[in-house]
Design a protein around this ligand. Structure first.
Ligand code: ADP
Length: 270
C-alpha cells in the first residue's frame, strides 16, 4: 500500500541520448502477494481437518477395546472428512470461476428456475432447524449467463441465511426488477453482522466466528464464490445487516432484454 513497484531499463541511443523504459509492476506484485496469501490460507485450512483425522485415527487404535468410543470417533472422522471434501469442492468451484472464460456455454437463464433450484437444495438443511424458506416476487425475469453458477450463488446465500439463524425463524427470497437489473434478495432473522465485519465477509476464508462456522461446516469461501459469480455475470452482491436482528443479501444481475445481449456491465456506483 502506498508504494509503487517499478522496473526501469536503460538503453543508449546514440552519443547523447538514452532510452529509459519504466514499467509499473505494482499490480503484478499485488497479484503475486494475493496468490501467496491464498496458497498459505488453503494449506492452513487443509491441514486442520487432515490433522484432526490423523488424531482421530490414533484414538480409534487406542480405543479398540471400547466399541462405544470407536463409534464416537468414527462419527467425528466422518464429519471431518465431509468438511474436507466440502472445502476441496469449493476450491475447485472457485478456480473454475476464475478461469479465463468463466461463462463458457452461457445462455438465457430464467430467474424463477434459479430460485426454485436454490431453495430446493437448501430445504433439508432448513428443515433440520425448523426454518421456513419462502420465495416470491416478480416472475419471468431472464439474465444471460450460467444457470449452474447462479444456482450456486443463490444457494450459498440461502445456506448462510439458514446457518446463521436460530431455529424456527424465516428466510425470504424475493425477486424484483429494478430498471434493467434483476434483484434477488435473501433476508434472514439471524445473528446479523456488525458494521466492521461487513467490509470483510466477501474475502476468501474470512469468517466472523471461525469456531461457530466450523460447526456448520463453513469454509469462509461461500461469499467470495457468490461475489465471483456476480462479477462473472456483470453484476454485484450487496449486504445490509443489523447485529442481532438479521441480514439481507442482494444479488443484482443485468437483465436480458432484446436490446442488451450478453456481457453487459453494471453502470458505475450511483
Ligand atoms: P462460511 O463458509 O463461513 O459461511 P462465507 O464466505 O459464506 O463463509 O461467509 C463468511 C462469513 O460471513 C461467515 O463465516 C459468517 O460469519 C458471515 N455471514 C455470512 N452470511 C451471514 C448471514 N446471513 N448472517 C450472519 N452472518 C453471515
Amino acid at each position: 500500500e502506498g508504494t509503487l513497484a517499478v522496473r526501469a531499463r536503460v538503453a543508449p541511443l546514440g552519443a547523447d541520448h538514452v532510452l529509459v523504459l519504466i514499467e509499473d509492476q505494482t499490480d503484478a506484485r499485488r497479484v503475486d502477494a494475493i496468490r501467496r496469501d491464498f496458497v498459505a490460507n488453503v494449506s492452513h485450512e487443509l491441514k486442520t481437518p487432515v490433522g484432526a483425522l490423523r488424531l482421530l485415527a490414533e484414538a480409534v487404535q487406542d480405543a479398540s477395546d471400547d466399541p462405544e468410543a470407536v463409534v464416537r470417533f468414527a462419527g467425528r472422522m466422518q464429519h471431518e472428512s465431509l468438511r474436507l471434501s466440502h472445502l476441496v469442492q469449493e476450491l475447485i468451484d472457485l478456480s473454475r470461476l476464475e478461469s479465463d472464460d468463466p461463462l463458457k456455454g452461457a445462455a438465457a437463464v430464467g430467474i424463477d428456475a434459479v430460485v426454485d433450484a436454490a431453495v430446493d437444495r437448501t430445504l433439508e438443511l432448513a428443515a433440520a432447524k425448523r426454518i421456513e424458506i419462502s420465495s416470491g416476487g416478480e416472475h419471468g425475469l431472464k439474465v444471460w449467463g450460467s444457470e449452474v453458477q447462479l444456482v450456486m450463488a443463490v444457494g450459498n446465500l440461502i445456506e448462510n441465511a439458514v446457518n446463521y439463524s436460530p431455529e424456527r425463524t424465516r428466510v425470504e427470497v424475493t425477486v424484483r426488477r429494478a430498471r434493467d437489473l434483476a434483484e434477488i434478495t435473501v433476508t434472514d432473522q439471524g445473528i446479523g453482522i456488525s458494521g466492521a465485519e461487513l467490509e470483510r465477509i466477501f474475502e476468501r476464508f474470512y469468517r466472523v466466528d471461525p469456531a461457530r462456522s466450523r460447526v456448520t461446516g463453513g469454509t469462509g469461501l461461500g461469499l467470495s464464490i457468490v461475489k465471483h459469480i456476480a462479477q462473472n455475470h456483470g453484476g454485484d452482491v450487496r449486504v445490509r445487516s443489523t447485529e442481532g436482528s438479521g441480514s439481507t443479501f442482494t444479488l443484482r444481475l443485468p437483465l436480458l432484454t432484446s436490446a442488451s445481449g450478453a456481457g453487459r456491465r453494471l453502470p458505475e456506483e450511483e
